[in-house]
Design a protein around this ligand. Structure first.
Ligand SMILES: Cc1cc2nc3c(=O)[nH]c(=O)nc-3n(C[C@H](O)[C@H](O)[C@H](O)COP(=O)(O)O)c2cc1C
Length: 214
């Protein structure tokens, strides 16, 4: 079967976006809470998101500019307040997460619009979402302004909350059947995790032994 290949430099920005977000799936969703200048709590979902390090514990958000070139509220608040919360999203939170992506005017809190509830954080003054299965309190580490339209905001995770019953503190394991994280695909498509299975990682000696016994 013939394969397709693309030179990204010659592609239209939107096609490049569609190609990349369709191929790199599934992506987790960060429902980010920030604090606006008047004290209103803002919430917005971002799937250009992941963790990249545990020492220091770092999470990265890919924040696009608005079509008029201005900053999204989340970007401006992270710059001004120096902190944010990444509320993780499970299947039950999907619809409310999606409501938080509506382009509300700054005086409207997505928290009220989506009928969500807030809880205080431990180390930062930005509240977290009570309905979220887990929340990562972040202090702004740095922002890379990679282009006029794109910022990569890096947060240092300073405190983590996990809903009761999801986490086994003795085994240090998540209960996957209970967690049910929601994955972003592309367009309006989302997915749940399928049945988990294992691949056991081998040492080189184990791999050699298996190969020679074949
Ligand atoms: C599932 C999902 C994922 C999204 N991911 C991103 C993203 O990674 N980067 C981005 O700039 N916008 C993303 N958006 C769009 C923002 O959530 C949207 O522009 C939002 O209104 C921004 O709100 P704010 O101005 O309050 O920050 C996403 C929307 C949805 C529904």
């Amino acid at each position: 079967m013939p394969s397709l290949s693309y030179d990204l430099a010659t592609m239209k920005q939107h096609d490049r976006y569609k190609l990349l977000i369709s191929l790199v799936i599934p992506r987790p969703i960060a429902l980010v809470t920030t604090l606006g200048p008047t004290g209103i709590v803002n919430a917005a979902p971002f799937s250009f998101f992941n963790i990249f390090s545990e020492s220091p514990p770092l999470a990265v958000l890919g924040l696009q500019a608005r079509p008029n070139g201005g900053l999204k509220d989340t970007s401006a608040h992270i710059r001004d307040q120096g902190a944010f919360v990444i509320n993780l999203v499970d299947e039950a939170l999907g619809q409310q997460m999606n409501q938080c992506a509506v382009d509300f005017p700054p005086e409207v809190s997505e928290i009220d619009a989506a009928k969500l509830h807030l809880l205080p954080s431990e180390k930062i003054k930005i509240p977290r979402i009570a309905e979220a299965p887990a929340a990562l309190e972040c202090r702004h580490f740095t922002t890379l302004e990679v282009s006029a339209q794109r910022r990569l905001a890096i947060g240092e995770i300073v405190h983590v909350h996990v809903r009761d019953g999801l986490w086994d503190p003795d085994k240090m394991r998540i209960d996957m059947a209970q967690y049910r994280p929601l994955a972003r695909l592309f367009g309006n498509f989302y997915a749940s995790l399928g049945e988990p299975f294992t691949h056991v990682r081998q040492s080189y000696e184990e791999w050699e032994k298996e190969r020679t016994s074949e």
